[in-house]
Write a protein that binds this ligand. Structure first.
Ligand code: THU
Length: 137
């Protein structure tokens, strides 16, 4: 199984792939699927701003488009001009995308920072009382 250290290195490597000419804030993500595959992502901005996509959603959409629908954890890193800074928690839209495919009780979100700390969340704590697939059946 892929180690958390490997996932963190994969997320950091994605900072170099980030397309962020407007915010200059680079974000990288590495998403671990239950089948052991790792899907990486970076933020991809747009001159019209609205169509921009976060690193986490890039990783999720790559994964789902490749047949993965079950996940255990994601690592997210970010920083100005691609230099890792403080921890980068996921935005609200990305939390809702995670909710679509992940068990809020078990899915882990790891947010490393430049000081070497790794803050670890469960999705249920970042998105309490959430609306998920079961709510529309
Ligand atoms: N961003 C992410 O990629 N993930 C997050 O969870 C927070 C924000 C991106 C979006 C935008 O390209 C830049 O960071 C500044 O908000």
């Amino acid at each position: 199984m892929v180690s958390e250290e490997t996932l963190m290195e994969s997320a950091k490597a994605m900072l170099a792939m980030s397309y962020a000419p407007y915010s200059h804030f680079h974000v990288g993500a590495a998403l671990l699927a239950k089948d052991g595959r790792v899907f990486t992502g970076c933020n991809v901005e747009n001159a019209a701003y609205g169509p921009s996509n976060c690193a986490e959603r890039t990783a999720f959409f790559k994964a789902v488009s490749e047949g993965a629908r079950e996940f255990t954890k994601i690592v997210i890193v970010g920083g100005k001009d691609g230099v890792m800074g403080e921890m980068c928690p996921p935005c609200g839209v990305c939390r809702q995308v995670m909710r679509e495919f992940c068990d809020p009780e078990t899915f882990e979100i790891l947010c490393p920072a430049a000081d070497g700390s790794v803050t670890r969340f469960r999705l249920k704590d970042l998105l309490p009382e959430s609306f998920g697939p079961a709510n529309i059946t």
